[in-house]
Structure formats: C-alpha cells, structure tokens
Unconditional design. Structure first.
Length: 403
C-alpha cells in the first residue's frame, strides 16, 4: 500500500511529531507494507545416531536420543515495514529509507532487536545506490528470488537450511545466509542487464582486547527476459565458524586464533512462458583457522547444491525442491587424519498454494531433511532441537497475506 503524502499533510504530521517543518516543502513518498504467513505444522524427529557409534572428528558425540514429534504454530518471517523516498530537487539524487520488523503471530512477543529485518537509510544517485544499516548480505540477496511458493523465508522449506551451512555445530557464525548489522551497501546501475553489488559489515569489538570480526559480500548478477544468473562471494573474518562448532569445550576456545571463512555460490534461474520456473544453486564453502593447539580446528571445505521446480496452473502453484550437502574434507592442527564421515545431508520439499486473489493464498508444505550419521542439519523452528544423525519430517498448512 503506497501513500503519497502532499506537502501540507506531511507538514502537519511532522509538526505533531515534534519535527521541524522544512522537509514538508517537498513531496514525500511513503509505503506501509507487509507479508504475514503463519502456519500450523506437524513435526517428527526420528533415527538419531546411537550412543557409541563412531562419528566425524568435527561432530558432537551421539546421544541416541529417542524419537519425538509434536505440533506447533509458526509465523516464519512474517513482517511489516515502512519505506519511503524523497527526491532532492533537480540534482538526480533521492534519499531513501526502510524500517522493517518481524511480526511474531505465534507468540505475540519479540526477543531481541525490534527493527530486526532490513532497516537502513540510503542515497540513490546516477552512479548507484548507497545504504547504511542492517541488511541481508549480497550472497543471500542473490538467491532470494527463488523463494519456495513465496513463503520460504524463515520457513522449514528454505533451501538455505542445507546449502548455506555445514553439518557440524549450530551457531549462526557458520551461516552464509543471514542479515548483518553495521553494513555499508552499494549497488551499481544496471547496464545491459548486468549489475554489481558490494557490502561491507564493519567489525565492532565486543571487548577491548577482542577480535574485530568483519564481513565482505559482493557479486555480479545478470537478468534478461526470463533468465537470471548471480555469482556471489562472501568472506567472514574472525567469525570462527569452524572452532565454535567443534565438540570439545577446549576446541571451542578462540583465544589466540584467527579465522577466514568464505563461500562462493552460483545461482541460476529461468522462468519459461509456460509459467514454469527452474532454480539451481551451486556452492563451495571453506572454513580456515590459525593459532589453535594440537587437535583444534584447522580447516573444513564442502560442496552443496540444489534444484527447484515451480509450476503455475491457474490459481494453483506447485513446487518441488531438492538440496544436498557433501561430507567434505577437514584438517585438525597437528593431527595426521581428520574424518568427515557422515557429515552429509539432504533435504526434499514439495508444496502447493492456491490464490484467493489480491496477494492472499492458502498453502500446504512438506519437507524431509535427512542427516548423515555425524551431521546435525536442522530446519526446526521453535521446537526441541534434533540431535546428531536425526532425520526431520515436517508438514504444514497456512495462509499468506501480502500488502
């Protein structure tokens, strides 16, 4: 919903808010928008690796936890926001902003920051757009166009659960599909269908003598007709994606260590005149560290890929998706051999949605995530976490409302 406020109305609003009126002399464009897509889901966790079974050197020891299941209401990344812009005279410049927050339809309460989604101030120029704030990474943005029925963000069917992580550890430090605070963003003009994007997340120390973790994410994308291609590279400095996922407490100590983790991903997408869309992702991710003691993490590298198909048939849209992660290769400090046996995983999803018109639809989803006997990939939401080697099945019914 777009509201273009005339100068008089904007001046009155600003005066009521205690703001100074000079800005009101110019037209201001303001959008109030959102997307809400709660779902009721059933989950079942089975087949955890039995206690005592040998696993990868990077994996947590299996506990043989029993099978369990349950029902939950999830709101995924339901959200609302405000965004707007102001043309700065005849200069060709335009100031832009966005404030966006998740809406917890399941619980009604939020943990952490209020403006927890893309929130920024920026300047559009003839030479490109600059943004400062909290932003999805370029790496993530280039793959977002392949949304599963439009409801995969924060949902258990998100392919990032298998292709943008590794099979050991659970922390966000190892993820390459997140939003980052303290971001500076640049996107070039589009020339011949080609556009460059770059982002730098400033390193801020959490303590005086601590590390300054920073992130760089950049890429090039091409879109022409129904075809899209994006190549992205992301670098994490001192995020310790390897060390923080290790099984031993001493191994997780980051003192005296430095890390450089990076991932490269190619995204291909084609939309055919028959309302068929095909999506492919290919990625290689590497974690490397220095300064650890004998037996501590040194490196890990693995490849992931996915393919998806979506078909529109009148008011119906059908979707199917497969993602796979290889076990990879690893090294430990001062250790001759490092095992990655069982660190592989795969995820398969199917779904359907039925349009009721005006951005309102009903949807049904099903997904099965299978872990190798050492892996701990997870797409569970606000429910108990699965243990090493467990497989996860989920099915959901929901409604999506956009405005």
């Amino acid at each position: 919903m777009t509201a273009r406020l005339p100068a008089g109305a904007l001046a009155a609003a600003l005066l009521l808010a205690g703001a100074s009126p000079p800005l009101a002399a110019q037209d201001f464009e303001l959008d109030f928008y959102g997307k809400l897509y709660p779902e009721v889901l059933r989950y079942e966790v089975t087949g955890a690796t039995a206690e005592g079974v040998p696993v990868s050197d990077l994996a947590a020891a299996p506990t043989g936890a029993g099978d369990y299941s349950g029902t939950a209401l999830e709101s995924s990344n339901s959200r609302i926001g405000l965004r707007g812009g102001l043309d700065l005279g005849d200069s060709g410049l335009r100031a832009v902003f966005q404030l966006e927050t998740t809406v917890p339809l399941d619980s009604g309460s939020k943990d952490g920051d209020f403006w927890d989604r893309d929130t920024f101030v920026g300047l559009q120029t003839p030479l490109g757009t600059l943004k400062l704030g909290v932003l999805d990474t370029v790496y993530k943005t280039m793959a977002e166009g392949a949304s599963f029925l439009g409801v995969s963000s924060g949902n258990f069917v998100s392919i990032s659960n298998i292709i943008a992580r590794q099979g050991f550890g659970r922390g966000s430090a190892s993820s390459f599909h997140l939003r980052r605070k303290d971001s500076l963003w640049y996107e070039s003009p589009t020339l011949g269908g080609v556009q460059a994007l770059a982002q730098y997340a400033v390193g801020e120390k959490s303590e005086p003598d601590g590390p300054e973790p920073w992130l760089a994410s950049y890429g090039v994308q091409y879109a022409r007709g129904g075809f899209y291609a994006g190549l992205a590279h992301e670098i994490h400095s001192d995020f310790y994606g390897g060390t923080l996922g290790m099984p031993g407490a001493a191994q997780r100590d980051t003192t005296g260590k430095s890390s450089r983790d990076e991932s490269v991903r190619l995204t291909l997408r084609h939309s055919f005149p028959s309302d068929t869309r095909v999506d492919v992702n290919l990625a290689r991710t590497r974690f490397r560290e220095r300064g650890g003691a004998t037996g501590h993490f040194a490196s890990y590298e693995h490849d992931t890929w996915s393919i998806g198909l979506q078909q529109k048939l009148g008011d119906w849209t059908l979707a199917v998706q497969h993602g796979s992660a290889g076990a990879g290769r690893c090294a430990l400090v001062g250790v001759e051999r490092c095992s990655t046996d069982g660190l592989d995983g795969r995820m398969d999803s199917i779904g359907a949605s039925y349009s009721l018109g005006r951005q309102v639809s009903l949807f049904a989803l099903y997904s099965r995530l299978e872990n190798g006997h050492s892996a701990a990939y997870s797409n569970l939401g606000d429910v108990p976490r699965a243990t090493t080697g467990a497989d996860i099945e989920q099915a959901a019914l929901g409604i999506s409302v956009g405005f």
